[in-house]
Design a protein around this ligand. Sequence first.
Ligand code: G6P
Length: 616
Amino acid sequence: MCGIIGYIGNRQASPILLDGLRRLEYRGYDSAGMALQNGKDLQVLRRAGRIDNLALLVAEKKPQSHAGISHTRWATHGAPTDENAHPHRDQSGKLALVHNGVIENYQTLRDALKLDGHLFTSETDTEVLAHLVGKYYDESSDADPVQRLISAVQSALVRVKGTYGIAVIHTEAPEVMVGARLGSPLVVGLGEGEHFLASDVSAIVAHTKDVIYLNDYDVVTITKSGFDVKHLEGGIAKVLVSRVDFTEEDAEMGDFPHFMLKEIYEQPQSIQNALRGRLSRDEATAVLGGLQMSPQELRGIDRIILAGCGTAYHAAMVGEYLIETLARVPTEVEIASEFRYRNVPTDKNTLQFVVSQSGETIDTLAALREAKRKGIKVLGIVNNVASTIARETDGGIYIHAGPEIGVAATKSFTSQVAVMTLLSLLLGRIRNMSSTDGLELIEEMEAIPDKITAILKQADHIKEIANKYAHVEGMLFMGRQMNYPVAMEGALKMKEISYIYASGHPSAELKHGVIALVKPELPSVFIAPHDAVFEKNISNIEEVKARKGPVIAVATEGHPGIEKVADDVIYIPRCPSVLSPLLTVIPLQLLSYYVAVARGCDVDKPRNLAKSVTVE
Ligand code: G6P
């Protein structure tokens, strides 16, 4: 949520900052800005709206600078206007600061600063932080401006309650840029004669693959030629240089019109990546070294809690069915933001997983910390390597899906489900699953990527259906068992990118209320693969048809009959019912994508949303 990139080096800063902001735009896109050192004062350029608006201003002003900070915003405090856009300056106008996160005590700090004569030009918490750092800078008697700036940042941040990832520059210390983090990610990029600060490696991967993922309470100073990391309250901080494992192209659209479509089409590959090296045919099980738990320890687990938000929560819901069906371990799914404030009973044999694509979602992070506080072992199912959640868990399973840029999650869902299938296989095999069943499951899992490819080939058919229903006022999504979470995920996709109100329900719940909504203008999407509840789903479809509700069905090929009751049918290849969510979700992703395109929506940057939500 919100994106930061800062540059200091020998090249022109503004093109590097603009390119970085474009790569970060999925994190927030209501306004953007940059502040540049130009030898005497700071040039601050800010614009409400998309990065393109800022780019026009940059083209007009042609700033000449080799050091600057920039930001793309997702508004928390104050409307998305030019004035509220970052960077913000201090009282002297010599200091500029960009910020991700929320300063919870900003009102108190603002009131105190006002009494000291500070004047504010925005409604943001960030401007308060800029003034606070500026105040400590101005009050310092240190003759060295660099030291003054570092100490001022430290003094200000110890007074702050909340979360931050920041980058700060000052005209009197033009050779440095200071960054700090608490709860909001910040990465240092190491180049030859140049250094970067960014909230996300995708902003800088075109320039360097050597990065330092900062830890909470780190304060970093970068110059053209080096960096220095200190703890907020003084003392040495631990520094680890990592190598980014994806390329610039991985985070680009290529020939696809949208990231979302590209990521939908990447799923045969991303699932293969999730499975690679993790299936043992010899032992008919999964190999998950990242869990860092012995078979004895895993056998001792008598309860599993899965927590996540949004799409990750839906994947966790599928995980609950998988673990209970395949491994017979009682499992509960929690919305991370609710878990955090509940007092869920746990004991020493409870194992918790937090599921998060970004590894930065603050609600999920808070659930992780709450569980750890209670002494529960917490593992992660995460995409972003070295993200905060990945680092704070006691181990886990990376999904290896590669960068996911489209705000609506797609490939991360199927990879999370694939990884939870592996987990269920492993847990099942150390309990009561036979090697024959284990091997059969492995073979079926290996066949999933080709089956997804077959579904993707029906994109034109799905597009036709999408065009037919693109202008409806709402949609219902129905599924049972493992496909109930898929119904919720289908509805979430539809809401997020097409702004059609949609909701997902267990099919049998229809008659307990939802059926009151059924009418010709409100289509229902039934996920009805050929499984134990197929006939029940057909009855529910009949109930909708009897009330003149249009029905789109997702069904298994080779089982005729459903086309007699549904108006439109999308077929998926046969697969065991435990694996069906990996297939049934694909037509729903495509359906929402094509509906959104038909409605002229901005698929990759839906209104009011952001890719990783780092505020509560
Ligand atoms: C936001 C995104 C969703 C995502 C959710 C959880 O709401 O818009 O697409 O599913 O966060 O994100 P995470 O990174 O934790 O999986």
